[in-house]
Structures are given as C-alpha cells and as structure tokens.
Design a protein around this ligand. Structure first.
Ligand code: MSP
Length: 470
C-alpha cells in the first residue's frame, strides 16, 4: 500500500486578485506535493477559493453585480488560471459555493447541533469585515483592526448561534502537548497558541443574522453560517464529495499564513472533535512577505502579482525565487531587485551556465544510466519547509562540486579524445542530472530538460536555460 499525503493551502478570498503572498503558500504546497509524488506516495493537493460572507458580497456589489454567484463565477477562475500558469499541480480546486461542499457543511453543522454543542445567544461586539472575524477591545490598535487599519470595525448586536468552543479547550491543550507529531509547526507558533489557550477561551458565534450571502443553517434558515466555519470545512468536504479522495482525511499538512493561525490550530480542531472526526496531522504556519521593507498594500502600490514574476523570471524562475525566499519563521523582505540578483547568481550564472558549458564540452558522450534515489537529507529539509536550505544543499552536493572539479582539471584545455577528460565530463553530467532530479519539485520543467540533456548521450541545449535578467 502506498503512503498517502494530503496537503492544502488556505482557500483564498475571491474579492482580491492573486498576489505574491498567496503565491508563496501555493508554490510551497506544490513543492511538497511534487516531492511526495516523486517518492512514490499517493498525493492529494487541494487549493481553492473562499466565496461566502460579507466581504465577498460587498465586493460583488462594488463591482456592479446583483448576483453574487455570478461575481464568484467570474473571479474564481482567475486564481485557478494564476496557479496553472505557475505550473501548480493541484488535484482539485475547491469552491465554497459548490453545492457539494455546501451539503457537507450543513451535515457537519447538523451533527454538532444534534450533539448539543450549538446554542442561541446574543452577540454584541466588534467585527472586522476585512478579516471576517469577531474582535475584542484588546485586539484593536488605535481603535482599528491591526490588519485593516484603514477599514472601520463594525459594532454588531444580534441573536446568533454559538459553538461550545470552550468545551474542547482542555482536549486541544492535551493534543498540542502530547500529540506525537506536535501538530502545530513551527514550535514558536505552538507556544503562542498554548499561551492563548491557557489564558482562557470563550465560545464563538458561528452564524450571522444579517449576512445573506452564506450557507443557511439547517435548523434556522433565517441565519447563515459564519464564513470561517464554512471555509474551514473545505479541507474535509473535498474528501467527502470527491469519491476518489475519500480515504485522504485527516490531512497530513495544512499550510497557512500567521494571521489565520488560531482558526487552523484551535477552532478547526474543536470543530472536528465536536463532529467526532480526526484532527489534521500537522499545520504549518508561516510568516509574511514584506516588499522592500514595507507591508504589501494596494495603497502603497507595491503589490507583486504572480504574472509579474513569470514575466520577469519565467515560470521556474518565479517558483525558485518564491520558494527560496519563503518566510518560514520570520517575515522575509523580498522585492524585484533582490529577486534579480538571486536569479542571475543561482540560475543564470551558476546552474544555467554550467549545464550549457558541460553539454557543449561533453556532447555525444555516453552517460551513466543508474537510477537516482531522492536524498534523505534534502527530503527532510523540504518536509520541514526549509526550502532555501534544501536548495543550498542540492547546489552544494551536485553543482558546486562539479564547478570545483572542472576548474581544477580544466577539461577545456584537453583533447576531446583524452580519457580522463571524458571520464570527468561523464561524471559531471551525472552529477548535474542528480541536481536536476532533486530540483524537480522546485523547477519541474527545467529539471526535466536538464535530465533529458544528460540521459543516454549528452545533448546540446537549444538555448540558454535561464536567460540573464538585467
Ligand atoms: N479565506 C481565508 C482563508 C480560509 S482557509 C479555510 C483567507 N484568505 S486570504 O485570501 O486572505 O489568504 C490568506 C493567506 O494568503 C495567508 O494565510 C497566506 O497563506 C497568504 N498570504 C497573504 N498575504 C501574505 C503575505 N504578505 N506573505 C505571505 N503570505 C501571505 O484568509
């Protein structure tokens, strides 16, 4: 039996267009999915769009749509296209307005309701539409939501349905403390969540009386499901409504950004426990990209789109740059200037140049055909989402060593027939093939091109693999 590997990204709000932040989570999820496919596992990679709630309804209205569903149908494909253009090999694109998802949400809710974990109460407090989140006074910075300082928080006062989140907190604390794989990664985030849990947690409102764009509660059609309750269930619903994916729950890995840590490590776990389902094996919460030292924002005009990256660096160049600048533990400062430097140094000058020099020198030479196994050390680094370190190790093992030997032995000064020269070039071709094999998850197309060049006999590349960017 094959090992299964189920990896997800957050489902993105469709009121926005894809930017480098969404791109980073999606590219790294793709790298993990590709690695696990490459080593022979049965992989399910899910991404998609979050389409209900006040924010999306407002965006539809602003865009002149009276039918919100039409607006969603118009915008959701933009995300799908953006990911296809980046060669993201997702297995399913989930949309929360898919009736099949909606049915799973209703069943899920009904189950928890029947169990007595949902009750009616009055909600009074602040709500941030940007986050689609209920806020407390202590969340505010200068009277505003810290993530949406230019937007107003709204005072809400309505009869809502509440979920007994507090009931599950002791169980969640135990899970985090004792769980065999420690489901919250990286460890800093685990400590953050534990501290908040120990400080005390209140029940949460899970329905809205005045938001019509949502899934009606099965037992009270006058209220719609709180958009986060609906959205989180996507990870499970896809395994229900897709016949072939039924065995994939629980997910092996949810990847997400730091602003939605609580939803994914506490609320989601409590929902699953209440429904009698297994919790995900691991959540990985990364930090944020900053653009040239500043927060990315429309008003600053510094938003980088995935298509901008592809235009500048090609598909594989874009993927490589996003992965190696992944904000794993801390916010990471990126920008087109920095990307240019890294692209030229690693891909154009180093790898690209070496491959074409070697292919030219060794053209026609027979090359080693033995099977390559994926290196454990590299695999571990990728599984730990240490993409930059993984790439550095690949370069160190199979690229820098080749450069060094070539410079030492200067085969270009020797005769083509010279046996030591031929042996050296054959070895070097084999090493580059190993580099390419390990780079498949990062730069799949270019890796395949390199592998083809060094399979059978050494062939000449048609044109430079990575053109220098000025
Ligand atoms: N719809 C919710 C998620 C529901 S999941 C059940 C949502 N959507 S979002 O469109 O706002 O996407 C948020 C995610 O995009 C972040 O968690 C992160 O994965 C990614 N990023 C958005 N901005 C980012 C940066 N500046 N840097 C890195 N990633 C960021 O929240």
């Amino acid at each position: 039996m094959k090992n299964k590997f189920y990896v997800t990204t957050p489902i993105y709000y469709i009121n926005d267009v894809p930017h480098i932040g969404h791109t980073c989570t999606t590219v790294v999820a793709d790298i993990l999915a590709r690695l696990h496919k490459q080593i022979g596992e049965d992989v399910f990679f899910l991404t998609g769009t979050d389409e209900h709630g006040q924010k999306v309804a407002d965006a539809a209205k602003e865009a002149g749509f009276t039918d919100v569903q039409k607006y969603c149908d118009d915008i959701a494909p933009r995300f799908e296209r953006a990911w296809r253009n980046l060669n993201i090999g997702f297995d399913h694109f989930v949309r929360t307005t898919d009736p099949r998802h909606e049915q799973v949400v209703k069943d899920f809710l009904q189950k928890i309701y029947d169990k007595g974990d949902i009750y009616k109460d009055k909600y009074e407090g602040l709500y941030c539409i940007g986050c689609e989140k209920f806020l407390t006074e202590s969340d505010l910075v200068d009277g505003h939501c810290p993530l949406h300082p230019s937007e107003k928080t709204v005072m809400q006062s309505e009869e809502n349905w509440f979920f007994r989140l507090s009931k599950y907190i002791p169980q969640i604390i135990k899970l985090i403390e004792n769980y065999k794989t420690n489901y919250i990664e990286p460890s800093g985030k685990r400590a953050e969540v534990l501290a908040k849990l120990r400080a005390g947690v209140k029940d949460i409102s899970i329905s809205r009386a005045n938001v019509s764009w949502g899934i009606p509660l099965p037992w009270d059609k006058s209220q719609t499901t709180y958009v986060w309750f609906d959205a989180l269930i996507n990870y499970y619903s896809a395994c229900q409504f897709l016949e072939a994916k039924k065995d994939f729950w629980p997910a092996n890995l949810h990847i997400l950004g730091k602003e939605i840590l609580w939803f994914h490590t506490v609320i989601w776990q409590a929902m699953l426990l209440a429904a009698g389902l297994e919790v995900p094996l691991k959540t990985f919460t990364h930090s944020f990209y900053m653009i040239d030292g500043q927060k990315m924002s429309k008003s600053l005009g510094n938003v980088i789109s995935p298509s901008q990256l592809i235009d500048a660096f090609g598909v594989d160049g874009a993927r490589y740059l996003v992965a190696t600048s992944f904000p794993r533990d801390n916010d990471s400062d990126v920008g087109i200037g920095k990307y240019k430097e890294r692209y030229n140094a690693d891909l154009a000058n180093n790898l690209g140049n070496l491959v074409s020099r070697l292919a030219k020198m060794g053209q026609g030479l027979k090359i080693d055909t033995s099977k390559i196994e994926y290196d454990d050390q590299v695999k571990e680094l990728i599984d730990d989402l240490r993409f930059n370190e993984a790439v550095l190790l690949i370069f160190e093992k199979w690229v820098n060593s080749v450069n060094l030997k070539l410079n030492e032995q200067e085969p270009w000064k020797k005769d083509f027939e010279d046996k030591t020269r031929q042996e050296l070039l054959r070895w070097a071709g084999g090493e580059l093939k190993k580099a390419a094999y390990h780079l498949i998850p990062f730069i799949p197309e270019t890796s395949q091109t390199i592998i083809d060049l060094f399979t059978g006999v050494i062939k000449l590349p048609k044109e430079g693999l990575f053109k220098r960017v000025s």
